[in-house]
Design a protein around this ligand. Structure first.
Ligand SMILES: *Cc1c(COP(=O)(O)O)cnc(C)c1O
Ligand code: SF4
Length: 345
């Protein structure tokens, strides 16, 4: 399995755009790709860099400029930096942390389509992302099994069209918003024409990490005549939600999208009442409701982010005592074979 290959589509996506490059695609192209480059930019202490860095990361660093701009210079413990920094701990095998903790291999109903839950089909549209999150549970996923060309995706949509138990399609990945507008427009058009589909959901971190992606052209490409539209973004820390994210989210709302957030509970990033509370309050201010707080999966290389589930249960209880109910995300984990995500608190 070649994990390095996962980063290539990000570059290819930027080249697939005909004519002039759009800002978001240039931002993908100019993302930080080496720890030393990022360390220099952030003026991180040299001793710390040397000590903390993994020698040869199997999952390369990838951090776009708009996200890096929200990091604090000179602070090696910045919660945004921690999410992208290839730390030495990643290389130490930890018992119980494996490549495919969710055994997603077992739930592929067709190439690139996962179905775990009733009524919802999830499309792994691409392996490319706007950022590489070190804790990602799909960091070891073999994306090259997903369709790539539109004609292969057409066959996948035909499969969905033959199964009227499916009422919602989730575009996931990787990050579906790394696809160019023309390709998204085609796919969404096909989905719009499947009569038993009622909802289109997109899981994307692009509105957070490269909010410049949320262009009028994108909203036009995603226009559907009748599907309910839900955009689930992914922010873990209050500082990820800057003014550009706020504008992007306002634009999405104007175009009829319901906005939800999923976060992952991460040691050293957001594992305190104050941090989670600030995140929820800021999410509402930018027009997004907290949806899920995920227990970090036991994926190889992510053990340094791990917190026991009891910690998340306790933090969620505390949040509930401080915030209105609609600002308290459900703390969930995934159990292979379960009919829904398991709500822990
Ligand atoms: C998480 C997930 C969903 C969505 O679950 P919801 O509880 O509806 O948000 C759907 N399919 C797969 C494969 C998932 O992992
Ligand atoms: S968490 Fe999402 S955005 Fe981050 S690497 Fe994984 S799939 Fe990509």
């Amino acid at each position: 399995m070649d994990i390095l290959a996962n980063t290539l589509p990000a570059v290819r996506a930027t080249q697939a755009i005909p004519g002039g490059r759009e800002a978001w695609s240039a931002l993908l192209g100019s993302a930080f790709r080496t720890p030393r480059q990022l360390a220099r930019w952030l003026e991180l202490p040299g001793g710390w860099v040397k000590e903390s860095l993994a020698d040869v990361p199997e999952f390369p660093l990838f951090a776009p400029q708009p996200f890096v701009a929200r990091m604090e210079r000179g602070n090696p413990h910045d919660p945004l930096l921690r999410q992208v920094w290839p730390a030495r701990e990643e290389r130490q095998p930890v018992e119980g942390f494996v490549a495919d903790p969710l055994r997603e291999d077992a739930v592929q109903r067709a190439p690139g389509i996962l179905q775990k839950y009733a009524g919802r089909a999830l499309l792994i549209t691409t392996g490319a992302c706007g950022i590489h999150c070190r804790y990602c549970f799909r960091r070891h996923w073999e994306y090259d099994r997903s369709p790539t060309t539109l004609s292969e995706w057409r066959a996948a949509v035909d499969g969905i069209a033959r199964d009227d138990s499916i009422t919602e399609v989730i575009l996931s990945g990787g990050d579906p918003l790394t696809w160019p507008d023309v390709k998204l427009k085609e796919l969404v058009g096909w989905l719009d024409a499947v009569p038993h589909l009622r909802r289109l959901r997109i899981h994307s971190r692009m509105p957070i990490v490269i909010p410049q992606r949320m262009t009028p052209g994108l909203f036009e490409a995603l226009e559907t005549a009748r599907l309910e539209r839900v955009l689930v973004v992914h922010a873990n820390h209050v500082r990820e939600l800057d003014g550009d994210v706020e504008s992007a989210s306002a634009a999405a709302r104007r175009h009829g999208w319901t906005l939800l957030n999923q976060a992952v509970l991460l040691a050293g990033v957001n594992d305190s009442l104050e941090s989670l509370r600030a995140l929820s309050e800021r999410l509402l201010a930018v027009g997004v409701l907290p949806y899920y707080l995920h227990q970090v999966d036991r994926v190889a290389g992510a053990a340094h982010f791990y917190l026991p589930p009891e910690r998340g249960v306790e933090l969620t209880r505390q949040l509930r005592n401080h915030l209105p109910g609609y600002l308290v995300p459900r703390f969930v984990c995934e159990q292979p074979g379960a009919p829904a995500k398991t709500v822990l608190a």
